[in-house]
Design a protein around this ligand. Structure first.
Ligand SMILES: [Fe+2]
Length: 348
């Protein structure tokens, strides 16, 4: 498999020499549909009208049961879902939709109260893609809606699930301007280290995919936390620590990603048990996540962030060896990684 997914060209559809014919195509595009689920009729109608005024086809319903009926009738492109509703709650509906292969790729934005961190945590656990806080301001609403609908267009257009997920991984990367090219470098280095170690071909493929998918769960981490970088509050840190679990859950239904799941879930575990989400220790962390972890740490050290400068290769090597000795990383694998980089350098 090659990364990232490339647009396909066929002999039946040569590239157009001009855009003359595209007007019809554009005007003929259907309106993107958004389902608003809110038991408060006033809120629901208000949201519906705001969306309709921006050219979206919006439908408002006031219960989970009505939402399910509407989704069965025609799956929307996006769902805005209130958390608190009589009967089935927003969380329950969100979880059910995310567990169903027919609806799991519909982006769901959960609408929560102003300071409801707990609501957000529950929403992340239920598989929500993003959050909006009451009162809802139109700029924020349309920023979220536009970006998630763009993502939804990708998911509709791309044909294979692998491509869909790798594109999602890249979209997570795109939210942080300091990580540009990170997924691609990780994918290449992880595959090279896998080859250096002599692992089987299917594991090499999994490492390549892991480079793009390991942080996919950050799709559920709000921008203000993701871009903060350091000094997260305990509550923000709890949200951040969910990303391996969220990412694993998104990818779990795909059998083709069986070997990638441990990479996603365990890429923040530490040899001394101080990592997350499961606090595994040395012998409990499988090889593939350890491989991705080593290349991930190296890339993070070599990249400048707002709160730290980029380290040179030798400084990064020194730091990683010291951290491995202190119990964070697999010491042997760190040595293998630098041996692989040396070998690659000699060949080049
Ligand atoms: Fe991560």
């Amino acid at each position: 498999m090659s990364f990232p997914p490339r647009p396909r060209h066929t002999t039946l559809s040569p590239r157009p020499n001009s855009y003359a014919g595209m007007g019809d195509v554009l005007t003929g595009r259907r309106k993107q549909s958004i389902l608003v689920v809110d038991d408060n009729a006033v809120n629901a109608v208000l949201l519906k009208e705001m969306l309709a005024s921006h050219g979206y086809s919006a439908i408002a319903v006031q219960s989970a049961a009505a939402a399910e009926a509407e989704i069965r009738r025609e799956a929307p492109d996006l769902i805005l879902l209130d958390v608190v509703m009589p009967g089935k709650t927003g969380y329950e509906l969100c979880r059910e939709l995310k567990e169903d292969s027919k609806t799991r790729l519909i982006p769901i934005v959960m609408i929560t109260g102003l300071s409801d961190r707990e609501d957000r945590l529950k929403g992340i656990e239920a598989g929500a893609d993003d959050f909006l806080t009451k009162p809802i301001y139109s700029e924020e609403l349309f920023a979220r809606v536009t970006s998630l609908l763009k993502l939804k267009e990708f998911t509709d257009e791309l044909e294979t699930a692998d491509s869909v997920l790798c594109t999602l991984g890249l979209s997570v990367e795109a939210r942080d301007p300091y990580t540009e090219g990170h997924c691609e470098r990780l994918s290449r280095n992880a595959m090279d280290l896998g080859r250096f170690l002599g692992v089987e071909e299917e594991c090499i493929v999994a490492l390549g995919r892991g480079g793009y998918l390991h942080d996919l769960g950050k799709i559920a981490v709000p921008d203000e936390i993701l871009k903060k970088g350091t000094d997260l509050t305990p509550a923000e840190w709890e949200i951040m620590k969910q990303h391996p679990v969220t990412g694993e859950r998104i990818c779990r239904p795909l059998k083709s990603l069986r070997l990638v799941l441990p990479i996603i879930r365990y890429h923040h575990e530490h040899s001394d048990g101080s990592g997350y989400p499961d606090g595994l220790r040395d012998g409990e962390i499988p090889l593939l996540p350890r491989v991705l972890q080593v290349v991930d740490i190296y890339d993070a050290l070599r990249t400048a962030r707002p709160y730290k400068p980029a380290l040179g290769h030798d400084q990064a090597a020194q730091t990683m060896r010291a951290e491995a000795r202190s119990g964070l990383w697999d010491e042997e694998l760190v040595a293998d990684f630098f041996a692989m980089l040396d070998q690659r350098q000699q060949v080049a």
